[in-house]
Design a protein. Structure first.
Length: 175
């Protein structure tokens, strides 16, 4: 098999050298550069020009899972029941029939098909009461979470800072 691949590569190189000898002298270099650009394949597009890959295709921003904030986590106390935890944090994204003593809250934000943020938070129960919890750092509050999500989705809009013509006239007149 390896000999067959080597023979194929050799025959391809022979074909390229024959093609290069038949082309006019000034065009050989651009053709070789073109082949050098084409041969690496789609990885070059993904690495250096990711927008070209999805040109004309809109991919939605995806918020998936449980939004947890530090305010919500601060309301947890050792000894709370599962119902109290459900009221504070919401229904967990992952519950397992095999591990009834563990609830997993997972959150993921993806833009253009690429995951930008991934957080995980786990609550452990003993005798249906909270024993401990662990997880990634959470946003400070729900308001901070909304601002962060809005910034990721919308970004900064320069026209929002523009006062407009009437704002500028008012500014001149009020001086």
């Amino acid at each position: 098999m390896h000999r067959h691949v080597a023979a194929l590569n050799l025959s391809f190189l022979t074909y390229l050298s024959r093609l290069a000898s038949e082309l006019p002298r000034g065009i050989v270099t651009p053709v070789l550069v073109l082949f050098g650009a084409i041969l690496p394949g789609c990885q070059v597009l993904d690495t250096y020009m990711p927008a070209v890959r999805s040109f004309g295709v809109y991919k939605l921003d995806i918020n998936q899972g449980n939004y947890l904030s530090q305010d919500m986590v601060d309301k947890l106390k050792v000894g709370q029941t599962k119902q109290q935890v459900r009221l504070v944090l919401g229904t967990p994204l992952v519950t397992s029939a095999f591990r009834d003593n563990r609830w997993d809250y997972v959150y993921e934000f993806a833009r253009q098909g690429k995951t930008l943020e991934h957080r995980q938070f786990t609550v452990y129960f003993v005798d249906d009461k909270v024993a401990r919890w662990e997880g990634d750092e959470m946003p400070v509050s729900a308001a901070a979470l909304n601002r962060a999500t809005g910034d990721k989705s919308l970004g900064h809009i320069p026209s929002a800072d523009d006062k407009g013509i009437f704002g500028r006239i008012w500014e001149i007149l009020s001086q």
